[in-house]
Design a protein around this ligand. Structure first.
Ligand SMILES: C[S@@+](CC[C@H](N)C(=O)[O-])C[C@H]1O[C@@H](n2cnc3c(N)ncnc32)[C@H](O)[C@@H]1O
Length: 304
């Protein structure tokens, strides 16, 4: 059976989409001959067509609800300093900046960052958009909050994800806040998992998706075809699946406390089978961690 969804999306549909979402150019090899995705698939995946699909699918209403949740749950003071990573095309960064916060958005996709910078310039919104890797966040300890939204938490390997969580803790000041948004939590995606084919449409872009669950490595392998006119992009993406408890353990080990779990920006508590996990946390004392090379992304300069 194939599901067909025409987006004007609900947040649950988008969460599921992003949990299973990926793309590449038909001329780009992101899998080896066995079909195993490259561990670096996300470095080439987020080009214009998938990014445009995501920009259309994530409505301004959904973004506003997320930003309401971030402000309310973290109790952000006016003018808070926030790191949004990965920021994609900047929807949350821009909305937070429009509410008066000082935002740094970091993303690896040049197309997305250019789009975000253009949007900021068009509206005269001051946001620092940095082309950079979520694996290389500077331990500045200077941000009042860090946000990782749009279900981007499962892209990295488990070891890299643990390091990412530690680097988020090191980027935030003591007492600062965190919001993680994850649609590939085990309690969300595994009950009733079928991997059935789905077709999603946003205007002239059609996305066909099938998902395999790799039990050996607790990953979802998402086979995607994005089509717009003659432009067809096929690829496989990876979402590592974590239990809700494991995510809590990762946050706790990195020095986060006061962990809260919701399934909707309206404050609905997270339950088994919910389509989305929104985690909130507060930075406590950092554990001792080995130091390694870090790329500095803590400039106040080059705001666009
Ligand atoms: C589904 S989009 C979500 C973006 C944004 N948070 C939102 O909600 O619209 C995922 C983004 O993650 C970015 N990304 C993937 N891997 C990354 C990495 N290692 N470092 C930085 N950004 C990365 C992609 O470039 C893409 O823009």
């Amino acid at each position: 059976m194939t599901y067909v969804v025409t987006l004007q999306s609900t947040s649950k549909e988008i969460s599921a989409l992003s949990a299973h979402s990926s793309v590449s150019s038909s001329s780009t090899q992101l899998t080896d001959q066995t079909g195993e995705p490259s561990p670096e698939w996300f470095t080439e995946f987020f080009t214009e067509l998938p990014n445009e699909f995501w920009r259309r699918a994530a409505t301004p209403e959904m973004t506003a609800a997320d930003v309401d949740f971030v402000e309310t749950r973290l109790g952000l003071a006016p003018g808070s300093r926030i790191i949004d990573v990965p920021c994609g095309s900047g929807r949350h960064s821009l909305a937070l900046a429009e509410r008066g916060h000082r935002v740094t958005g970091v993303d690896l996709s040049a197309e997305a960052i250019e789009h975000a910078r253009r949007a900021a310039a068009a509206t005269g919104t001051a946001v620092e958009f940095v082309l950079g890797d979520m694996r290389e966040i500077a331990p500045s300890g200077s941000f009042d909050a860090a946000v990782c939204l749009g279900n981007s938490f499962g892209y990295l390997t488990p070891a890299q994800t643990a390091e990412f969580v530690r680097s988020l803790a090191a980027a935030v000041r003591p007492g600062g806040g965190l919001v993680l948004d994850f649609g590939a939590t085990a309690e969300s995606v595994l009950p009733g998992f079928t991997g059935e084919a789905r077709v999603m449409r946003t205007g002239d872009i059609t996305t066909e998706a099938t998902v395999d669950y790799d039990v050996a490595r607790s990953r979802m392998l998402s086979r995607y075809r994005f089509t717009r006119g003659d432009n067809v992009l096929d690829t496989t993406a990876v979402h590592h699946v974590y239990t809700c408890g494991h995510i809590g353990d990762l946050l706790g080990a990195a020095g986060f406390t006061d962990i809260g779990r919701h399934s909707d920006p309206d404050g609905t508590p997270y339950r088994l089978g919910a389509g989305r996990l929104l985690v909130t946390a507060r930075r406590g004392r950092l554990p001792a961690v080995p130091s390694g090379p870090q790329q500095v992304m803590d400039t106040e300069s080059s705001r666009s």
